[in-house]
Design a protein. Structure first.
Length: 168
């Protein structure tokens, strides 16, 4: 490859499923966020602080058989309303009778967040390690490999993925 040419990589070469370099919340040193199966792992390379977060998303609901109208119902709950309780009082959506029901927790998917918001990783919300600003906008890289790619990309003068013919 000549020094003035750049071969672009596919869109998914750098994504949140690969290791992400972040700032440790305890020592401000560099830490790594990695994904394995349904868990996100954080490990600091400096102070060895570590965290694990489940990426499974859950749906909470109460389903019951109403003692007043005799109908079966299911009431969906918000996670913050239900995750700490085994039973809750909920109203039948048909007749309004309040009854106690068992809270059901059902896993329905893994969290595949891949968007980085305001320069933070998508799993623990820690600031990215390779983070700066240029002309008032955030500039970031997920890891050293991504940073090297960006440096190579912006150093070149001719990109091979650009259209080579021009019409007037």
């Amino acid at each position: 490859m000549s020094p003035n040419r750049f071969k672009d990589l596919s869109y998914f070469t750098f994504h949140a499923e690969k290791p992400i370099s972040v700032q440790c919340p305890k020592c401000k040193g560099m830490g790594i966020v990695q994904i394995k199966d349904n868990l996100a792992y954080f490990n600091c390379t400096h102070c060895h602080h570590s965290l694990i977060q489940d990426r499974t998303l859950y749906r909470y609901d109460v389903h019951n058989h109403c003692s007043n109208c005799g109908r079966y119902y299911r009431v969906d709950l918000k996670p913050n309303e239900a995750q700490n309780f085994n039973k809750l009082m909920v109203a039948c959506p048909y007749c309004g009778t309040k009854m106690q029901g068992q809270v059901h927790k059902t896993a329905y998917c893994y969290d595949y967040r891949s968007s980085l918001k305001q320069g933070c990783d998508p799993f623990f919300n820690f600031p990215l390690w390779f983070l700066s600003s240029f002309n008032g906008k955030l500039v970031w890289a997920l890891n050293r490999e991504h940073l090297n790619y960006l440096i190579d990309y912006y150093e070149i003068t001719i990109k091979t993925d650009q259209l080579q013919t021009f019409s007037e």
